[in-house]
Design a protein around this ligand. Structure first.
Ligand code: SF4
Length: 170
């Protein structure tokens, strides 16, 4: 299996979720949010393809990281490889955060016909959801670009079948 990335895997980020995190930048997004900071990541044929095994090897070699963050682009356009990465990271004791332009409600609906998506969500600790809304842009938003985006506790949300904001960020 391969995954299309927009750039090198980036360890030691302190802005893409809680703690020290390694960011995996996926390629491909069709949400077209006005004012997107990463327009180069939209093209589904852009970036470059890498073997999933090579990504897992990079995760193996990580040191002093609290977790991984799947960002992009939108990782939810490459569910199968992202599921494999999230599952592997969890098996290594790393937490998993993910960013998406879909809302949690949209994902819940999509999940009904997509078991890989259901599994992928089950390996994510925190999801930042929703499109970037330039009219709601705020520099005061921790880990987010605009106030409509939410920091969601995925396990609680799946249990309750509705978005539950992570208690730390209420
Ligand atoms: S979801 Fe993210 S990458 Fe996609 S257009 Fe919106 S801000 Fe850009």
């Amino acid at each position: 299996m391969t995954i299309r990335l927009s750039g090198p895997i980036q360890p030691d980020s302190i802005v893409d979720g809680e703690g020290i995190r390694t960011v995996i930048w996926t390629q491909g997004c069709s949400h077209n949010c006005e004012g997107c900071h990463n327009p180069d990541t939209h093209d589904f044929t852009g970036g470059y393809e890498v073997d999933l095994e090579d990504v897992l090897k990079e995760i193996d070699a990580l040191e002093y990281q609290d977790g991984i963050t799947l960002s992009g682009g939108d990782p939810f356009f490459q569910i199968k490889p992202c599921l494999a990465i999230a599952k592997y990271a969890k098996s290594k004791g790393l937490s998993v955060w993910a960013y998406t332009g879909f809302t949690f409600e949209q994902l819940l609906d999509m999940m009904k016909a997509n078991d890989d998506l259901r599994q992928f969500l089950s390996y994510i600790d925190i999801l930042i959801d929703g499109k970037f809304d330039i009219k709601k842009k705020s520099l005061a938003c921790k880990f987010r670009g605009s106030t409509n985006q939410r920091i969601i506790d995925v396990s609680q949300s799946l249990k309750n079948k509705k978005a539950v904001i992570a208690s730390k960020y209420k």
